[in-house]
Design a protein around this ligand. Structure first.
Ligand code: UD1
Length: 436
């Protein structure tokens, strides 16, 4: 197991490139299974979650070839003959549950492990299952697996209203509906950029969709889809994370440039809150330039579905608030108990208190380096951000969480002036007793 060692208080300077989006690439990979042939995806990040999902696709019979140098991936789905997603992989990454819709759409049957809990809460998949049932699938639960069958080999199609709106369920239902015999409708569909990109890819593959990017998504089933070449979008959460990094660790008056980005995907609420902190951001077509202010203002945020403030950026926002002059709150309405990073940030000297689904942060206290432990993907990057502004040395442990979703993070930060190093670490080694 590795850890990151960060010498704090080094200024962030120059530029940071944004990698391809993890959450947008995963549904594109699932969609490739619907086409008999070779799909090529471009701008695919090299990440643990992407590798895990590539393996899930291979179990079903697909041949998946990543080309990490060019960030391409080819998926040959000519032979999908084992419609199953095993527990060993689904438990590692919940998005593997996309196999339910993809395999049903391609093979008319699927056996997919239920994902179980997650580090910060139950995260149910009831909407995925009920939505797919509404399309005509027969569903049984067997030994922790969802076993789904399309009577007669193809789903009929149908309507389903998502309550609450769900990114994953919208994608899963659309995957199953694209090759149904009839039409389907998803009401209160998610309109996150990842969903919109995925729908555009499906359309390019020959699917018939109406209402892309609106709350009512209609899908007229077609017999089969064709393979395509598709460019994955930049990671909006990585962009937001880097904007926060530049605001807290940049040199006031000196812009930091974030490149290969798609600023439109961040949503209005994040940009608005960011500007109210006093940080200056200049938004270009594929870049953002952030200039840190002399003093950060405390700005309270509440997460919401797109274009609301992304829940995937709330942990990082807490670190920004810890640097601000005054108190403010972070409220998560999407995942009400996603706060495992708070006790770790407090070990560094932050003053943050959780009450219900809100964290109150009293800013302006000096952070001091310590050993801290990652508990999930976004929590881990918030600890890296905190280490960058803390006095002295911070050790961030269990960074396998970070490696799920941030590509070469330490290399990118080191190129921009941060003193950060990945070192091997034996978490189970016992401290030596003091010699008498
Ligand atoms: C996706 C993202 C994740 C992000 C989240 C919210 C991926 C791989 N993951 O997760 O990073 O934090 O969107 O933007 O893209 N819900 C149910 N029943 C269901 C499904 C969801 O009640 O069957 C609830 C959830 O508990 C949550 C809300 O719906 O409160 C939204 O979750 P959802 O949009 O489904 O998140 P994911 O797709 O799992």
């Amino acid at each position: 197991m590795d850890k990151l060692v960060i010498q704090g208080r080094r200024p962030l300077r120059g530029s940071l490139p944004v990698s391809g989006s993890k959450n947008a690439a995963l549904p594109l990979m699932a969609a490739a299974l619907l086409a008999d042939g070779v799909t090529t995806l471009q701008n695919v990040p090299t990440l643990r979650d992407i590798k895990t999902f590539a393996h899930v696709l291979r179990i079903s019979g697909a041949s998946v070839k990543p080309d990490p140098e060019r960030h391409h991936m080819t998926i040959d789905a000519s032979r999908i003959d084992f419609p199953e997603a095993p527990y060993e992989l689904v438990k590692k990454m919940r998005a593997s549950f996309y196999m339910l819709g993809a395999l049903l759409g391609r093979c008319g049957q699927a056996r997919v492990s239920l994902p179980g809990g997650c580090a910060w809460g139950p995260r149910p998949v009831n909407l995925h299952i009920e939505g797919i049932k509404a399309l005509g699938a027969e569903i049984d639960l067997d030994g922790g697996y969802v076993v789904a069958t399309a009577p007669g080999g193809r789903l009929n199609g149908g309507s389903y209203r998502l309550e609450p709106s769900s990114v994953g369920a919208t994608i899963n239902i659309a995957l199953a509906a694209a090759t149904a015999r009839g039409g389907s409708r998803i009401e209160n569909a998610a309109i996150e950029p990842d969903v919109v990109e995925f729908c555009q890819a499906l359309e390019k593959m020959g699917a018939r969709l109406n209402g892309i990017g609106t709350r009512t998504l209609e899908i007229e089933g077609v017999e089969a889809l064709r393979p395509i070449t598709f460019r994955n979008s930049p990671d909006r959460i990585e962009l937001g994370t880097f904007m926060i990094a530049a605001a807290i660790a940049g040199v006031p008056g000196e812009p930091v440039r974030l490149t290969n980005a798609n600023p439109d995907h961040l949503g209005a609420d994040f940009i608005d809150a960011f500007r109210r902190t006093g940080a200056v951001c200049v938004i270009g077509p594929d870049y953002v330039e952030v200039t840190a202010p002399q003093t950060l203002q405390p700005v309270s945020i509440t997460t919401g579905i797109y274009p609301g403030f992304p829940t995937d950026l709330q942990a990082q926002w807490t670190v920004l608030l810890a640097q601000a002059h005054g108190s403010a709150t972070v409220t998560d309405t999407v995942y009400g108990d996603r706060f495992n990073h708070i006790p770790e940030l407090n070990r560094l000297g932050a003053r943050a208190m959780v009450a219900g689904n809100t964290v109150e942060v009293e800013g302006g206290h000096v952070l001091k380096g310590a050993q801290v432990m990652s508990t999930d993907l976004r929590a881990s990057v918030s600890l890296v951000l905190a280490g960058m502004v803390a006095e002295g040395e911070t050790h961030v442990l269990r960074i396998y969480h970070l490696d799920r979703g941030y590509e070469r993070l330490e290399e990118k930060l080191a190129n921009a002036g941060i003193e950060i190093e990945r070192v091997p670490y034996d978490e189970f080694a016992q401290p030596e007793p003091h010699a008498a």
